[in-house]
Design a protein around this ligand. Structure first.
Ligand code: FES
Length: 115
């Protein structure tokens, strides 16, 4: 099963093939920053792909459009992906601040999901 690693905290989890980066994190009870709830409209979930871009589904036209609208044309020239849209098909390492460990595993209680 593919592995997703989130820097700088070093969070690591497995992702069932085809789940999005954010969806896989949520399936393991991690909080992932979002404003639109994963509908591909806000870019709050955006992450920088450090390695494994080839293991993600390609950007759709809708993802490209929202990235340009929210972050400018240069967003398409950087390895930024919407975590709610990028499906995982192999190992990937991304940078994203704000992804939090579950409280039960020692994460901050601020904004973490209660179990
Ligand atoms: S969560 Fe809003 S664009 Fe991904």
């Amino acid at each position: 099963m593919p592995t997703v690693k989130i820097l700088p905290k070093g969070i690591e989890y497995e992702a069932a093939d085809g789940l999005t980066i954010m969806g896989a994190a949520q399936s393991h009870d991690y909080y992932w920053p979002t404003t639109c709830g994963g509908e591909g409209r806000c870019t709050t979930c955006a992450c920088l792909v450090v390695s494994g871009m080839e293991n993600l589904s390609p950007r759709s036209r809708a993802e490209e459009r929202v990235l340009v609208e929210e972050r400018g044309q240069q967003a398409l020239e950087t390895p930024i992906r919407l975590a709610c849209q990028a499906q995982v098909h192999g190992d990937v390492v991304v940078e994203k601040v704000g992804v939090r460990l579950p409280f039960a595993l020692g994460g901050s209680s601020l904004g973490d999901k209660e179990e």
